[in-house]
Design a protein around this ligand. Structure first.
Ligand code: C5P
Length: 297
């Protein structure tokens, strides 16, 4: 049989922020139990997939990212091939726009999109449930991006997900990413230096999800919280300065996303986001400042 290797698909991999992230405790497997609210945002990487006779070949326009098995995209393609006994290969190109190791889930989203795209390209017809299971094997944040939903509560390692039902809410963010390399595992390790950092806030992810569902953008700001902000601010005090500058310049609230180092401020409109971003760029000319709103699917 003649196989046609001309098929090519291009897909966008969105970023995420955590509007709320509480570390509930440490588990016996070394991971931490979370209660979090993910939000997909419309900043994205772009991946192109084309079939080839055998193997996995990954390329990228990014100067330092690995393109072998250390890259989550490669690992996702490899896992799908071995799970499904696929012989044909794939060529993948990553146009990297999202900052790397920034708390925005870029690498996790790239991996999830790889599972979704190859499920289509190779006509595997794996169910969402199966894809979520494969995603969880690759990393804690990856299942959220399989859902293709704007908002979802994440529990367990972050892989036990409950999407927030149909919502029209569109939030506006100003994202500030300093040029720091922050590894999630270091931030989680630092968390245990101070037991008071583990105390529970008033709100939980369910309360934020209900607020999102009501379309109440103003109600979100006072509920937002991130346990990981305590250790990451103590490791990198410059993040505290970004946070206070965002608040002072008019953000409704500002918190670190995930394990950082991105700090984001929430505002009510594109116009407000543009004004806030301009003020922050003036104060922090060497930092990456971008505007993003809630992603829709
Ligand atoms: O799952 P992932 O590879 O993204 O996790 C990276 C690191 O972050 C883990 O090795 C672990 O140190 C930490 N982590 C954690 N608890 C979670 C998620 C991540 O301790 N729920």
């Amino acid at each position: 049989m003649q196989v046609n290797f001309s098929k090519k698909i291009q897909v966008q991999a969105p970023a995420k922020v955590n509007l709320y992230l509480r570390v509930v405790g440490r588990r016996s497997d070394g991971f931490h139990e979370l209660d979090t609210l993910f939000e997909a945002i419309d900043a994205h990487d772009t991946l192109t997939f084309s079939e080839m006779p055998s193997g996995i070949r990954l390329s990228t326009d990014h100067s330092t990212l690995p393109t072998g098995p250390k890259n989550l995209i490669y690992r996702a393609a490899d896992l799908l091939r071995s799970t499904c006994g696929i012989r044909t290969g794939v060529r993948i190109h990553l146009k990297k726009t999202l900052p790397v190791a920034a708390g925005l889930g870029g690498g996790s989203s790239d991996a999830a999109i790889t599972l979704l795209a190859l499920n289509g390209l190779w006509k595997l017809q794996l169910s969402e449930r199966k894809l979520l299971g494969l995603a969880a094997q690759l990393g804690s944040d990856i299942p959220f991006f399989i859902l293709q939903k704007s908002f979802a509560i994440g529990q367990g390692r972050g892989e036990v997900l409950r999407p927030v039902p149909q919502t029209q809410l569109k939030l506006w963010h100003v994202l500030v990413t300093p040029r720091l390399h922050v590894l999630a595992k270091d931030v989680y390790a630092h968390l245990h230096k101070n037991p008071s950092w583990l105390k529970a806030p008033q709100a939980d992810a369910r309360m934020l999800a209900a607020t999102v569902q009501k379309g109440d953008a103003a109600g979100l700001a006072p509920l937002m919280f991130n346990t990981l902000e305590f250790p990451v601010l103590s490791m990198h005090p410059t993040l505290g300065k970004i946070k206070s500058d965002l608040l002072q310049a008019g953000a409704d609230t500002a918190i670190v996303s995930g394990s950082g180092p991105t700090v984001f401020g929430l505002v009510r409109s594109r116009r407000e986001a543009q004004v806030l971003a301009a003020k922050i760029r003036k104060k922090h000319p060497s930092k990456r400042v971008t505007i993003a709103s809630t992603a829709t699917f």
